[in-house]
Design a protein around this ligand. Structure first.
Ligand code: ZN
Length: 315
């Protein structure tokens, strides 16, 4: 996949590459997290891998790859309140708009069709958005619309205001029984911002920065081996063991947390078909990101490990 993805979330690119190779990618996918531009890029990269007819790598320049980078592929559509609509509603993804998309699914296609659902505006960007925008453009990608010099197309997370229950419900059947070679991708800040009926029919992935090294995770096999069946009686020992491993080996707490994320991803890769476990795992990976922030805020490691331990308990 593209370098930005490799750098910022290589764990997921690896996961998706295997899923696509094994033809086991989910039909309905939710990306969630704070950086919607990164989610948008990830969605295009998935679309590219699904449609590439040649090298299937980051540098491939076959017609499908090129069209997707240029954002003009006929089978890869961004659906937002300002993209790909023919009615006059300006503030929402309308029911009519969704129905038009679903009607196109009746016809078969030579391509793997991907529909990217997000919110979007053409607006003045703040400095953070400007940075993300430039990173995206410099990587050789186009957005669905160019905007004008000081106002640019920028994606944001979908929520129940811009994507109402009426519009969302009108696509449930298509999500449940999609034609083969169709993938729906929803970009959002929080899964809770989407209708529960969509969430329950989709596979959700947290998109955020997770380190890309490989880690020696042997010590976790011992302390964490009955994940995801982790219970309260184990939490204190778990926290104590992580802490003493960290101190004995003079490691940074962030290294321990990276190891935990890496460990969970190995479990994810072995459980492609188990939606319940995958949901646990990606929630827990996100929680470990929060733990890194706590460390940054000078909260004691033992406390952070204990908090995590309690979070891992499902009962
Ligand atoms: Zn290609």
């Amino acid at each position: 996949m593209n370098q930005i993805i490799e750098k910022k979330c290589s764990y997921l690119s690896n996961f998706f590459e295997s899923a696509i190779e094994q033809k086991r990618l989910f039909h309905s996918i939710i990306f969630y997290g704070g950086n919607i531009m990164l989610q948008y890029l990830m969605a295009l990269e998935l679309a590219r891998l699904l449609n590439c007819r040649d090298k299937r790598n980051a540098l491939c320049d076959c017609q499908n790859c090129r069209w997707i980078r240029e954002n003009k592929h006929p089978a890869i559509l961004t659906i937002s309140k300002i993209d790909n609509k023919s009615d006059s509603s300006k503030t929402v993804i309308s029911e009519e708009q969704v129905n038009e998309v679903m009607d196109t699914l009746i016809n078969s296609s030579d391509y793997h069709r991907v529909f990217i659902f997000c919110d979007a505006d053409i607006k003045k960007l703040n400095s953070e958005e400007q940075k993300r925008y430039e990173e995206f453009i410099n990587a050789g990608y186009n957005l669905p619309q160019t905007g004008s010099e000081d106002k640019l197309w920028y994606p944001s997370g979908i929520n129940t205001t811009c994507f109402s229950s009426v519009a969302a419900n009108s696509m449930l059947k298509s999500i449940e029984e999609p034609p083969s070679d169709v993938t729906f991708i929803f970009l959002t800040n929080n899964k809770e911002d989407l209708l529960q009926t969509i969430v329950s029919r989709s596979q959700a992935f947290y998109i955020g920065y997770v380190s890309s090294q490989t880690y020696n995770i042997d010590f976790l096999e011992k302390y964490f081996n009955n994940y995801p069946n982790f219970d309260k009686s184990q939490v204190l020992n778990f926290a104590k063991n992580l802490y003493s491993y960290q101190i004995t080996n003079s490691l940074e707490p962030n290294y321990i947390l990276d190891c935990l994320q890496y460990y969970l991803l190995q479990i994810a890769k072995a459980n492609f078909d188990n939606k319940i476990i995958l949901n646990f795992i990606f929630k827990d990976i996100e929680k470990i990101e929060d733990a890194k922030k706590m460390i940054k805020a000078y909260i004691k490691e033992q406390t952070v490990y204990e908090n995590l331990g309690f979070y891992f308990c499902r009962k």
